[in-house]
Write a protein that binds this ligand. Structure first.
Ligand SMILES: [Mg+2]
Length: 313
């Protein structure tokens, strides 16, 4: 589930619904009051206990948590500590709501990873202003995270997210004995293209190639990445050898169909790509590097074999 969110977040637009705020308080009146105060700036979710808060935080993935400190059973401090220990909830910002206003408590809360502290009884205006500010920061943080996963020139996933996603998929698929397919794609004679047409035209070509590759990623978990320079890679979870080869072939012909002139190329009048396409079932004892180097080898053979072709393993 977490993987799915990550994959999608790379390519999906930033547009999204109202941000969610989880409010945790053992007093129903406090909960209703806080929710009513902020419901026009966010989508409030209510929890009456620490246990319920932990459960809802995992399911709802709120953008912010307002957490009462004094609750029977699990205290807010304990809830915060558990939230920060769980990788699914560790990044969600927490604000403590409490009537204890001693410095030591505030310090303890902040040390546990809370970003702010609001003393009860709070004024509605202060609550709204703080929530609004923190939601804005959270939205900007998510945008930065998305940008950090994207290649600046082409907008597809970058090398960093390629490494992360391939590693995660490798582990996941090893567990269910299913293969990932991998494509390594190289724009043929790209140095010659740049020398002839200039780097600006080269950049535009890389953008068109990236967009075209991305368009062929039609299944939910397929991911196109810029691997480096004029090289792209596609991670294709659950694609067997035949499936990987078919997707590679559709990419190769779609690039040719762009009809981007490439005068110095001896291969074709147009820009073409060579593709290595490999699918293997991972085992935990092997690293995904095995798949990368096999696919790289196939790409090399596609190039030495005359370019503008797919070489399956
Ligand atoms: Mg309380």
């Amino acid at each position: 589930m977490a993987e799915e969110t990550n994959h999608r977040s790379i390519t999906e637009s930033a547009g999204r619904a109202k941000q969610k705020v989880l409010i945790v308080d053992d007093q129903p009146l406090n909960l209703a009051f806080a929710a009513a105060e902020i419901e026009d700036i966010c989508d409030p979710i209510q929890a009456y206990s620490g246990e319920q808060a932990l459960k809802l935080a995992g399911i709802e993935q709120p953008d912010l948590i307002l957490l009462d400190v004094q609750m029977p059973g699990m205290t807010g401090f304990e809830v915060c500590r558990l939230l920060k220990q769980n990788c699914q909830t560790a990044e969600i910002p927490v604000i403590f709501l409490t009537c204890m206003d001693e410095e030591a408590d505030e310090e303890q809360g902040l040390n546990l990873g809370a970003i702010d502290y609001i003393a009860k009884p709070f004024s509605p205006a202060i609550l709204r202003a703080r929530v609004r500010n923190h939601l804005l920061i959270q939205r900007q943080r998510m945008q930065l995270e998305r940008l950090a996963q994207c290649d600046g020139l082409t907008g597809v996933a970058n090398r960093r997210s390629f490494d992360q996603v391939l590693n995660a998929e490798w582990q996941r698929l090893a567990g269910i004995k299913e293969p990932p397919g991998l494509l390594m794609i190289d724009v043929d004679l790209f140095k010659g293209f740049n020398d002839h047409y200039g780097h600006l035209a080269g950049d535009q070509t890389l953008q068109k190639v990236a967009t075209t590759i991305n368009r062929q990623m039609q299944r939910a978990h397929d991911l196109a990445c810029r691997y480096g320079g004029e090289e792209f890679a596609c991670i294709l979870p659950h694609a067997d050898q035949g499936g990987a080869k078919d997707i590679a072939e559709s990419i190769r012909s779609a690039i040719l169909d762009l009809r981007i002139q490439h005068a110095p190329s001896p291969v074709s009048d147009w820009v073409t790509v060579s593709i290595g396409a490999v699918s293997i079932v991972p085992t935990i004892d092997k690293a995904p590097d095995t798949l990368i180097s096999q696919t790289d080898q196939c790409l090399y053979q596609a190039k030495t074999g005359g370019r503008n072709q797919v070489n399956p393993g």
